[in-house]
Design a protein around this ligand. Sequence first.
Ligand code: APR
Length: 234
Amino acid sequence: MDKIVILTGAGISAESGLGTYRGPGGLWNDKRIAALATPEGFANDPETFAEFHNTRRLKHLEAQPNAAHEAIARLEAEYPGELILVTQNVDRLHERGGAQAVLHMHGVSDDMKCNVCGVKYPQPFEVPWDVAKRCDDCGGRLRPDTVWFGEMPYHMDEIQEHLATCDLFAAIGTSGNVYPAAGFVRIARHVGARTIEINLEASEVTSDFDDVIRGPASEVVPMWVDGILANVGL
Ligand code: APR
């Protein structure tokens, strides 16, 4: 039975009302915001950063999983082979859509961690982050447990092992702008896996994929999942 690795990006949550980072209305189009979401931006102005982050956390709380999140959860539940779900997203819509095992390589926005000793603190979306709260262990300033540019993503060893042993790699809703995620397709190809890009438009690495499906995730992902399950007689 084929081992499937799925990588998702902001595009899978776009139809849930969460903005993407690039393209029309992208978060990073506002250079002020882009400068804020960095270690330097946080250090220079933690209060403004906290206001920005709490606003995004509220959007994550209000957003609902869409048919794409739910279809991937159905695939995870019904597919008889191994399925690994990796996301670059810091929202929890995969989990809220029913996924049981999600590797958040860029962290999550409902956890905080100490900027000094790294101790983690759950921060439910319903509870605004108080930027004045300090680490109980070392008194350091807390920050979101999300990965900023220049920082090492989480779970990389585990993800690379899965890519090196997969038979099918699917990238869904990601522009292929940010490494190491944008390079995952090449690792999969190198071991002979089939590769498919499911995206609204061509990504920066679309030529690395064997196949593409173009369209909004909430429409095309359920159809793709139906095809996978039909192929294994489900
Ligand atoms: N359905 C499918 N794809 C969509 C949809 C949709 N409804 N809407 C947008 N897209 C596609 C866009 O065409 C684009 O290729 O989703 C992609 C979103 O790209 P980005 O905004 O760059 O988001 P992403 O690829 O997840 O960014 C990667 O960059 O800034 C960092 O840490 C941040 O995790 C993020 C990483």
